[in-house]
Design a protein. Sequence first.
Length: 603
Amino acid sequence: MLSKSDLRGIVNSMGLVFGDIGTSPIYTLTVIFLLTRPTESHVIGVLSLIIWTLIILVTMEYAWLAMSLGKKGEGGTIVLKEILLPLLKSGRSVSFVTILAYIGTSFLIGDGVITPAISILSAVEGIRIISGFENTGQGILMLIASLIAIVLFSVQNRGSEKIAWAFGPIMVIWFLALAVSGISSIFYTPGVLKAINPYYAIDFLLNNGLVGFFVLSEVTLCCTGGEALYADMGHLGREPILKAWRLVFFALVFNYLGQGAFIIRNPDARNVLFEMINHQANLVYIPFLILSIIATIIASQAMISGVFSIVYQGITTRIMPMLKIDYTSGELKSQIYISTVNWMLLISVLYMIFIFEESSRLAAAYGLAVTGTMTITGLLMTSIFYHRKQVSKAIISLFITFVDIVFLLSNTYKIPHGGYWSVIIAVFIFSLIMIYTAGQERLYKLMKRMQTENFLEKYNHVYASQNKISGTALFFARDITRIPQYISHIMFKNNIIYENNIFISIIKSDSPFGVESSFKKEMAKGLNLFEIKMGYMEIIDVEKILKDNGITEKTIFYGVEDIFTSNPVWKAFSVIKKLSPSFVQFYRLPADELHGVMTRFEM
């Protein structure tokens, strides 16, 4: 028997995790049967492929294997990298895994652009099934989809907290509608149930050669959003997502079987799900259409929030430049808004809608990023299980990774048909990560940092002999074993020294969650070290932490790097640095107390 908390967890999971995979039935079979004839044997074969794709790529890869990994119920590509790196010995392996994780992160963000575009547009296209609206122009449908996207992205800065409570119940109704409509259709053509046998999936692939292989690229659409089971685990926990997935899995399978049964009876069907609903119960068609549009908006919201989380993880693990972060909830720390990412996503989504025009054409671009992410997840998991000597899991994970690679290869057929957009977006994000991480590493080497012993010797002399300014000054320094150049410049060149000086060091811990803060031993008279240790998925309020520890500062100093270079790569890095907020602006410290100290570097 389910407890009240179990029930709440399942309902919340349906709203926050399963929106993307839950709206896939709107377009998956419609797109597949543009590639292959809707004969009974083809329908059974395709349905078998869909069912076993959901079993292997979602249930086995994510619900079972991926979700068994993690320290405190967190998930995602970056998390897999953080788990795997301590298990590796050679530096070459570390570099390879790091680059794989960067590619996986890039693919996930690329996926975030196409999901809202295909989901909203495919639902809006259902308007054509309404009597009297059959001849609605594609331009009008694109305009409606664009307006929905604009409204959705425009309200992101207000946070989803106020409406999130409604997401779960709406998605429960959606999955119920999918299951009921599917079962009703199966009743008239029960022969589709034999698709549960994997024999028909294998038979379809063997008998259809190259066409069957390309059909796999569209079958991928049924599992888009499957990675959310693992990526969102940190927000909801493992158990509620697993329990919800059991219900969602059966709702999806019944609906796909029902749609297959409808195609066997109506081989001329074009917009399969909507035509099936309209045929079953014309009176409820318009309410169902409205429900489908709301469901696609919820799916898009989950993807947008997911991209914000991925970018934030990228910032805290120092692989992405700092961006201005707004906290949209006073209670839920995980609810953040990143304006730069939000508007870039909106522009990209609108561009996708107007370039591809129809959801079936958008499907030609969709799937490459998803299978890329799944393949990388499979490779990282297999390596983790191998290094942990979990042999049986490593073997199963290797088999799943092989299936992922087959799906990825089938999706390469989409590259000339629009799939190149997934690649372009992923390459842009990957290039940004590589330039930023390489630039930071180069810059760090160029900085003339002072050894702590030398610094303290000079500091003690200046502190004893110079007039001191009353109050407390804060200095941000990631690593205090070597003191940043700007601090030496302030204290020893400009002779600016306060009665009380505190070095603030923010350290990323190996764990995803948890925040610890404390004063360390006094470094010298009037000089203290305050350390904040944070999990790499934590969202922290530095100002509040300082106040809670009795720190009332008069001034906050921080370093600003001015880069001079003729190298095009470092020029790009310089532009990224200039456009990014500084370290202290990112942590939203009081603007009237901030003083940036510029140091010039030639790269």
